[in-house]
Design a protein around this ligand. Structure first.
Ligand code: SF4
Ligand code: SF4
Length: 147
C-alpha cells in the first residue's frame, strides 16, 4: 500500500503511440479532480506533476527518463525517490478505444521498480469505458471511453 499523502511529486507516464493524437487532457482532468486512478490522492494536497511518454515500444526509455528525473530532483531540490510516485495512464493499463493494454506493461513496471520508484496504475476511468469493457464493445472514439 503506497502512502500517497507522503508523496510530493507525481510522474504520469503515457503511451507514446497514443500521445501522437491525444493531448492527455483526460489524464490531467482526472488528476485535477482526483478521480479514476487518482481517487486515492488527498484532495487538499497540492502535488508537483510531470507528464512523460514511455518513449515508444518497448518502453525502455522510461528507465532513462526517470533516472534522469530522480537525479535532477534530488540534486536541485532534495526531493528523494521516496517522495515520488509514478502513475501509468489508462491507455497503457486498460483495454480501451486505442487498443488492448500495453503488451510491455510488466516490463515497464519492472523498469520503474529498478529505478526505485513506487508505481500505480490508471488515470482516467470513465463509466462508459467500464461498460464497454464489460460488454466487449469499442465503437466510440477518444480516451478512456469518451465520445
Ligand atoms: S489515458 Fe486518455 S488522456 Fe491519458 S494519455 Fe491515455 S488516451 Fe490520453
Ligand atoms: S510500450 Fe506500451 S505504452 Fe509504450 S508505446 Fe508501446 S504500447 Fe504504448
Amino acid at each position: 500500500m503506497i502512502d500517497l499523502a507522503s508523496k510530493d511529486y507525481v510522474v504520469i507516464v503515457q503511451c507514446h503511440i497514443v500521445k501522437e493524437r491525444c493531448p492527455g487532457y483526460f489524464c490531467e482532468q482526472a488528476f485535477h479532480e482526483r478521480t479514476g486512478g487518482f481517487a486515492g490522492y488527498p484532495a487538499d494536497k497540492a502535488y508537483r506533476s510531470l507528464y512523460i511518454t514511455c518513449g515508444g515500444c518497448c518502453g525502455r526509455a522510461v528507465q532513462r527518463k526517470l533516472t534522469s528525473l530522480t537525479r535532477q530532483l534530488e540534486k536541485r531540490e532534495g526531493i528523494g525517490k521516496d517522495r515520488i510516485v509514478v502513475q501509468l495512464s489508462s491507455c497503457m493499463t486498460k483495454d480501451n478505444f486505442h487498443g488492448p493494454p500495453c503488451p510491455h506493461l510488466d516490463y515497464i513496471k519492472t523498469l520503474i521498480a529498478r529505478v526505485g520508484l513506487d508505481v500505480r496504475e490508471d488515470t482516467r476511468i470513465s463509466d462508459l469505458a467500464e461498460k464497454r469493457r464489460t460488454d466487449g464493445v469499442w465503437q466510440g472514439k477518444g480516451c478512456d471511453g469518451e465520445t
